[in-house]
Design a protein. Structure first.
Length: 337
């Protein structure tokens, strides 16, 4: 039995930052994550993707953000149960919680913070015949290492931020040719990214094909061609090395959905006073939660974690007054070994 103050389910950026804020209050944390390493999507899905909305970092790669967070929380010596999924939760007679993983590892804590991001997720795949035959043979739904596309001909499909961001990134001296295919003429991403893509198209640095979609794929063992159906130009056969359909992820809460929490639109409903759920002692922070005005941003997850640990402290030490001390005055005092 692993004992701690707070069990954090999810070791993405929000879960990791929770360790720091809890550590300032001398609360110990242990994190559980189904992935084999900390960082969540930032490590597993897009470690080389640039992130632009982290304070003090005009730009930071997702993998580097994980590294910085791990460095920040090192003084507080968090524990990790990696490669295991939190499967069940039960309340003890003394109002604590036992969280058990799919491999039988048990964790005992005063509080549980669910920071599971999008939960268990799968990429949304387009309805293209024989698509599975080319998966990891030229068809990828996630960009993990941009170097895979060095000097290659790449077609990206999608109209959201991921499609726009990767188009911009790969067109900047990585791929030999980048084409962006979208079913509409309008995009769902940030206006600044949309403008950059339009500028790249005007400069002839990318092929922008709108009112179109990829309808079939061809190749002999590996992908070498996609066929694009255009509303006015008909079929466009295009030689490619890689096709990357970026249509988002289909999230599922997984076992968490069976824990008796109030679920709304596949997210956990919380009270914004402290991001508590309908079960006292269980909190939900980051992309996994929902409330009026919710924004799914890493920055917002950091804010939610900060308020959550204040409430957790009051629950763990109901008779102890917590006096806020600024780190600029008090410094960061970690735990003894």
């Amino acid at each position: 039995m692993i004992e701690t103050d707070i069990v954090i389910i999810g070791a993405g950026p929000t879960g990791l930052f929770t360790v720091f804020e809890a550590g300032l209050l001398k609360l110990r944390c242990h994190l559980i994550d189904s992935l084999p390493q900390p960082g969540g999507q930032c490590s597993e899905i897009y470690p080389k993707k640039p992130i632009y909305d982290i304070p003090a970092y005009p730009e930071i790669l997702a993998g580097d953000l994980t590294d910085r967070l791990m460095e920040q929380i090192a003084p507080f010596k968090p524990g990790f149960t990696l490669g295991e999924t939190a499967e069940t939760i039960e309340k003890t007679e003394d109002e604590k919680f036992i969280v058990t993983t799919n491999k039988g590892t048990k964790h005992l804590a005063h509080c549980v913070a669910i920071a599971g991001g999008l939960g268990v997720f799968e990429p949304r795949k387009p309805p293209v015949e024989n698509l599975s035959s080319f998966e990891d043979k030229g068809v990828e739904y996630i960009i993990k290492d941009p170097e895979l596309y060095r000097d290659k001909k790449v077609v990206i499909s999608g109209g959201g931020d991921s499609a726009l961001d990767w188009t911009i990134y790969l067109a900047d001296g990585v791929a030999s040719e980048v084409s962006l295919v979208h079913r509409r003429t309008s995009f769902r991403g940030h206006l600044d990214s949309v403008q950059k893509v339009m500028d790249l198209a005007d400069q002839g640095k990318i092929n922008l094909i709108t009112n179109a979609e990829v309808t079939s794929v061809n190749g002999n063992g590996v992908l070498n061609q996609v066929n694009i159906s255009h509303k006015t130009e008909g079929n466009i056969a295009k030689e490619v090395d890689h096709w990357i359909p970026l249509f988002g992820l289909s999230p599922k809460l997984g076992p968490i959905a069976d824990w008796g929490l109030t679920i709304e639109k596949n997210s956990i409903l919380v009270d914004t006073f402290d991001y508590s759920t309908n079960i006292p002692g269980i909190y939900a922070i980051g992309d996994v939660n929902t409330y009026p005005g919710k924004l799914k941003l890493i920055l917002c997850g950091f804010h939610e974690a900060t308020l959550m640990v204040q409430s957790a402290f009051a629950r763990i030490y109901p008779d102890k007054k917590n006096v806020l001390k600024y780190t600029t005055v008090n410094g960061v005092q970690g735990f003894e070994a």
